[in-house]
Design a protein around this ligand. Sequence first.
Ligand SMILES: Nc1ncnc2c1ncn2[C@@H]1O[C@H](COP(=O)(O)OP(=O)(O)OP(=O)(O)O)[C@@H](O)[C@H]1O
Ligand SMILES: [Mg+2]
Length: 451
Amino acid sequence: MKTRILVVEDEHDTLELMAEVFEKKGYIVEKASNGIEALRAIKVNEPDIILSDIFMPGMNGMELLDNLSKEYAHIPVIMVTAYGTIDNAVEAMKLGAKDYITKPLRFEELTAKVERITQLSSLIKENEFLLNKLQQKYDFTNIIGKTAKIKDLLELVRDVAVTNATVLIRGESGTGKELIANAIHYNSQRMKRPFIKVNCAVLAESLLESELFGHVKGAFTGAIKDKVGRFELANGGTLFLDEIGDISLKMQSQLLRVLQYGEFERVGGTETMKVDVRIIAATNKNLEEAMEKGEFRQDLFYRLNVIPITVPPLRERREDIQYLVSHFIEKFNKIYGKNIREITPKAMSILKNYDYPGNIRELENLIERIVVLNRGEVIDVNNLPAIVPSGSQENGHLNTEGGLTQAVEEFERKLILQALEENGYNKVQTAKALKINRSTFNSKLKKYNIN
Ligand SMILES: Nc1ncnc2c1ncn2[C@@H]1O[C@H](COP(=O)(O)OP(=O)(O)OP(=O)(O)O)[C@@H](O)[C@H]1O
Ligand SMILES: [Mg+2]
């Protein structure tokens, strides 16, 4: 896109000359011969940058600046002033002008200044645009879920986001831990500052240390220059320590020190660095067990676990599956240019009945595959890949984690869903098939949130 420049100058020849210079450089040029004309032009069409003389009849450059400071403070202004009146230029900078240039004009200097400032402001605009997109992406409305479990969780996340407290997010693989970490940062006061992520599991101990704390040149073979660590990069912002359960005991003690005092040294360095970083950590490991075995420091655990957030597995909030399915169908329709509008109740019932060991990531991948392979507008049972076992427990293996009551309830729920499916979703027939009376059946439907 071409840059629009507004040139404000009362000397007709100078104005024409400047206009010509910028037109040749590819700018769209607007002209005004005093402040009042300038304001009128700005109202019609906002320029990207303004170049204004100071002394002009009518409304002078200073008054123009003053007028712009309310509604149009975002438009950069460069003042042009006669040699010997630099005091005015300094005054103009105080009023918000970005720069000044003295007459007689040297066009190279003038265009260089204009270019530098337009580049800078387009970077700022781009940055704001990107930040805005990230904020939209990590808006709470994009975290899907209507069950009480997820609603409570999101309420907690919302409350916690605005504080500076350290957060420990726990949950099985694919439950949305990273999504929540992002949501916390982009809804916090630190949202305009960096969000830096480190996956602690993928780096060997020595690499992780220099990744987190940086190193000085010559600290070890291969350290050919100074390196800034993630803690420094995250200064003022948030550091997301993913897979925190996988770090060595040595790294744990180093981390503990940063968490306690906010200080550390670069690897091989002597200078103590101080940073202001908010920590969000995540893991799918059982840290209690790791602590018992002496593999995870208790003191570090308490430092991290200030605000514990546990994301429930998908099989414990099956009512969310339907909303997630619609969300992902919409998402992949867009990405792959498809037009899937419907999913049959039978297909949905199979999706709702599957256990998703890989949680939401698994469901998302599944829907992606279904959308890609589907030629029509409807998803039916025969469009589901073979990996979704239809309506039964996988391999007859039952989950005993939640104890007997939960396991029995789970079994009962699946049985009811299966019977419903077999009886064409007719309640009277299904209750008969299960040999229970209508009211018991209805109360069970209510209990398991089946409708
Ligand atoms: N409630 C949700 N609504 C919409 N999408 C979700 C939700 N939860 C998770 N997802 C999506 O599921 C995928 C997996 O989420 P994420 O990477 O945050 O999981 P994780 O818990 O960090 O997994 P892992 O333990 O494997 O690192 C992502 O694409 C994420 O956007
Ligand atoms: Mg993750």
